[in-house]
Write a protein that binds this ligand. Structure first.
Ligand code: HEC
Ligand code: HEC
Ligand code: HEC
Ligand code: HEC
Ligand code: HEC
Ligand code: HEC
Ligand code: HEC
Length: 403
């Protein structure tokens, strides 16, 4: 009897162990055992995966491989001149890429590209040192097809000391763990102790992945692998069931600026959560009308009549969350027309604009491109500051429209 029982237990545990092995190909997500990782979604959600994989969200941060880094590393286009004695050169050395500082032709210091931020308009990079990442002083700008100072950096003085802290990763990555460590130098004071917020490179999950927006999905994956005939999603929050405000919050987490007082870490946010539990508005910033076009799409959009009066408009009205913003302005006009059928422009507007532009290019006039005041940069040996240009989300009637 005893032997039978032992045998039975053995068989059951072997069966259990092998089934475990089939479900889990040994992937361990740095966020913990509730997370499955994006790779595990492909088998059932190929369309969403393929779209998202090529999106800016997935590349909001990435490892600094040669394929990922934009910008020139040779042919004289790889040098940023500070003054007659000082220059910074983008160099390839043993398969790694570096920014190397030279004084009078002599190398002073060199730092590798290790983590990169962005791909669409601009790309800035960071290197690891003593549990922190530091920004490289020169970034790549697509509109110029050239290197220029990283936003806010001086074109006359090299600076390798600006930290890219956890805040940046809160909007540009899916995870990075840190711990407070008591130290004596280069630190802030906290409760009479010197503490530093050490970041752990091994816990960095690059880019904004599926579970950053959808929440932990390990149980969802396991359930559907086990019951392939289930057609209704299990163990995952459905955006369809969320209120308008909840949907907006899921995007506003990273698209409503960075000027509010933080109560909880952005990494803790799950779809359905109330953003008011994460931030408190700084007095005066809530009713500020001067939101920057960079990083505050919600602030601008919510000043539009369309947003205030429609009661349905959210980011998904115009964006597929898995894909990049469409480059095709006609496609947006169709969306505008879904609410503005039979729109009649006045006689002056009609007279000065061709019917086809009026019908197909709503965005050019009502969401014009604007200069960012938050982001400026300088080209090598050029005294003028350049502004970063983005389309505003404040839909409205702009003076320049009225010819
Ligand atoms: C074994 C198959 C399977 C895997 C693996 C899987 N899912 Fe699903 N998922 C489903 C099924 C089935 C549905 C319901 C039908 C549908 O919406 O496609 C679903 C629906 C969803 C939905 C929509 C929920 C709703 O009701 O609106 C989301 C979001 C989702 N999955 C996310 C994920 C993520 C993220 C991963 C990877 C971490 C993942 N799924 C992996 C099977 C799977
Ligand atoms: C965790 C932070 C985060 C969340 C949540 C988030 N975004 Fe983003 N989003 C970003 C960052 C960072 C970028 C810029 C990425 C880059 O270019 O490096 C971005 C870029 C975009 C873009 C431009 C993509 C392109 O290249 O055209 C759109 C559109 C967008 N987000 C919409 C949304 C919508 C809609 C939601 C909500 C469903 C959302 N985002 C949620 C951080 C986030
Ligand atoms: C509050 C969220 C948030 C924080 C914090 C944040 N970003 Fe961003 N970042 C965004 C969003 C959203 C975009 C893209 C849309 C835009 O420009 O408005 C973006 C765009 C960028 C881009 C241009 C990407 C491209 O593809 O063109 C770079 C580079 C960048 N951020 C770097 C940083 C760095 C470095 C930090 C920290 C110093 C940082 N960001 C902090 C949300 C954030
Ligand atoms: C930027 C945030 C974001 C990211 C990243 C993201 N999703 Fe989604 N996903 C959403 C939102 C928002 C919806 C709801 C769309 C709607 O209601 O129109 C959604 C809907 C879905 C659905 C329901 C069917 C559909 O397409 O509407 C599935 C399945 C899904 N996502 C899977 C994934 C998978 C798999 C990944 C990673 C490859 C992923 N998502 C990445 C925000 C995101
Ligand atoms: C979800 C529905 C909806 C969508 C989509 C929409 N709008 Fe609107 N829009 C409205 C409503 C409602 C009003 C307010 C009308 C009123 O005041 O009676 C409005 C007002 C406007 C106004 C007048 C603004 C002012 O300040 O007087 C303009 C211009 C406008 N929309 C342009 C657009 C454009 C361009 C698009 C596409 C990019 C668009 N709308 C998309 C619903 C929408
Ligand atoms: C009425 C339509 C509409 C709505 C609603 C809307 N967007 Fe956009 N969005 C656009 C258009 C148009 C563009 C510009 C596309 C282009 O010029 O290539 C854009 C571009 C973007 C970009 C890329 C900026 C850049 O220049 O790279 C981001 C990020 C973005 N939207 C985020 C959001 C977020 C977050 C929301 C919700 C708060 C939102 N959008 C709501 C129409 C809309
Ligand atoms: C050449 C620039 C231009 C284009 C393109 C354009 N508009 Fe306008 N729109 C204007 C101007 C200027 C006004 C204010 C004067 C007027 O009503 O003609 C206006 C007014 C409006 C109003 C407010 C009307 C009212 O009575 O309050 C709406 C809504 C609107 N446009 C929607 C659209 C939509 C939707 C499209 C695309 C199908 C579009 N516009 C294309 C320039 C433009």
């Amino acid at each position: 009897m005893k032997i039978v029982r032992i045998l039975f237990t053995l068989i059951v545990s072997i069966a259990f162990l092998t089934s475990c092995k089939n479900e889990d190909d040994n992937y361990i997500d740095p966020r913990g055992t509730d997370y499955a990782g994006s790779q595990s979604c492909i088998q059932c959600h190929q369309t969403q995966y393929e779209n998202a994989f090529h999106s800016s969200h997935f590349k909001a941060t990435s490892p600094a491989t040669k394929e990922n880094i934009l910008g020139h590393f040779k042919n004289g286009r790889n040098t940023f001149v500070y003054d007659t004695e000082t220059k910074l050169v983008m160099e390839e050395r043993n398969d790694s890429l570096y920014q190397v500082l030279y004084k009078n032709g002599k190398e002073v210091e060199a730092h590798p590209f290790e983590v990169i931020f962005g791909t669409k308009h601009a790309q800035t990079s960071a290197f690891w040192q003593n549990h922190y990442t530091y920004e490289l002083p020169v970034s790549y700008y697509k509109s110029l097809n050239s290197w220029a100072t990283s936003p806010g950096y001086s074109a006359s003085k090299v600076n390798f000391e600006r930290k890219i802290d956890k805040e940046c990763y809160g909007c540009h990555s899916s995870n990075i763990a840190s711990r407070y460590v008591t130290t004596s130098s280069d630190s802030i004071t906290f409760m009479n102790q010197e503490v530093e917020d050490f970041m752990n490179p091994k816990t960095l999950v690059y880019g904004i992945d599926c579970e950053r927006c959808h929440g932990p999905a390990k149980q969802h994956v396991q359930k559907h692998l086990k019951f392939p005939d289930l057609k209704i999603a299990q163990n995952i929050t459905s955006f369809k069931k969320l209120s308008r405000q909840q949907k907006i919050d899921a995007c506003a987490l990273c698209h409503s600026g960075n000027d509010k007082l933080k109560v909880k870490s952005r990494f803790e946010f799950k779809p359905g959560d109330d953003l008011l539990e994460y931030f408190r508005g700084v007095p005066g910033s809530n009713d500020s009308i001067h939101f920057d076009v960079h990083g505050n799409q919600l602030g601008l959009l919510s000043q539009s009549k369309c947003f205030k009066k429609s009661e349905t408009m959210d980011c998904m009205t115009c964006h597929n969350p898995h894909a990049n913003a469409s480059q095709n302005l006609v496609s947006y006009s169709k969306i505008c027309m879904s609410c503005h059928q039979g729109i009649k422009h006045n006689a002056t507007t009609v007279k000065t604009t061709s019917a086809s532009i009026l019908a197909n290019n709503c965005v050019e006039c009502h969401m014009p491109k604007k200069m960012s005041n938050a982001i400026t940069f300088q080209l090598s040996q050029n005294k003028n500051k350049s502004n970063y240009i983005l389309r505003t989300h404040k839909i409205g009637i702009y003076p320049s429209n009225k010819k």
